[in-house]
Design a protein around this ligand. Sequence first.
Ligand code: CP
Ligand code: NVA
Length: 306
Amino acid sequence: MAQPIRHFLQFGDLAREELAWVFERTRIIKERFKRYEFYQPLRDRTLAMVFEKASTRTRVSFEAGMYQMGGSVIHITTGDSQLGRAEPIEDTARVISRMVDIVMIRTFEQSKLERFAQYSRVPVINGLTNEYHPCQILADIFTYLEQCGPISGRIVAWIGDANNMAYTWIQAAHLLDFRVNVSTPPGYPLDPRLAPAGPHLKVCADPIEAATNADLVTTDVWTSMGFEAENEARRRAFADWQVNDEMMRVAQPNALFMHCLPAHRGEEVTASVMDGPQSVVWDEAENRLHAQKALMEYLLLGRAVE
Ligand code: CP
Ligand code: NVA
């Protein structure tokens, strides 16, 4: 009997033991890549990437990753496809998924991604929606494991916006048994539908309280893609939600700093932190490549790997 198609639309779409597998495969795939070993299990497979928002890291990591694994890639955007001329997402899914083996989509509402997946014959990966950014958190948690060991029982401080990154960290904490201390400015609270209360989540009014004793301090832009009209109001509201040296001082002495990038030095993070010794932002970015190769391998081949 045919196996059901596996998608990665949110972090929780993979069970804890599947995540452990993907992290271990990420380690092995990264090691082989560093040794310049050929590893092409996805020969003859094609990835379609659909971008309705801008990207540097997501595009380059998926595209390079698929080529490195022996496959090929098709890149489309709203502007250069019929998506921009209102072809329904359901029809687009039916068509694209008859021609390729796997699809990555970056779009606005999570519901749009889910509608695509519902009509797709092949696995669909979330390359960022307004609600979630699960590929980034795969890379971030892999980076933590690589540098510090197990994340269970640790404290992650989230400073800033209640956005796709925050909600994905919260989902991951629930699944992998760590805690996220979240501090957002007044007027920008977490949406309880995306961040249910529980022991893995502590909401702090004061960002310094959130960062205190944290093992990892992380933030993101004050204004995410799609919300640019709020830029000025956000600049004022978020001024005290900046990761700076004072905030890093109250965290654990060996705490890491992460940012999914792109970053705005002088806004959500100071240059001293972003370019300082605790920052692992470039490793995070690189690990997008390795983690997504392991993810595509898992979604397409399961555990039948060399
Ligand atoms: N972090 C991330 O997803 O970056 P891009 O927007 O450049 O893809
Ligand atoms: N929260 C940001 C992440 C960019 C990678 C955004 O959605 O624009």
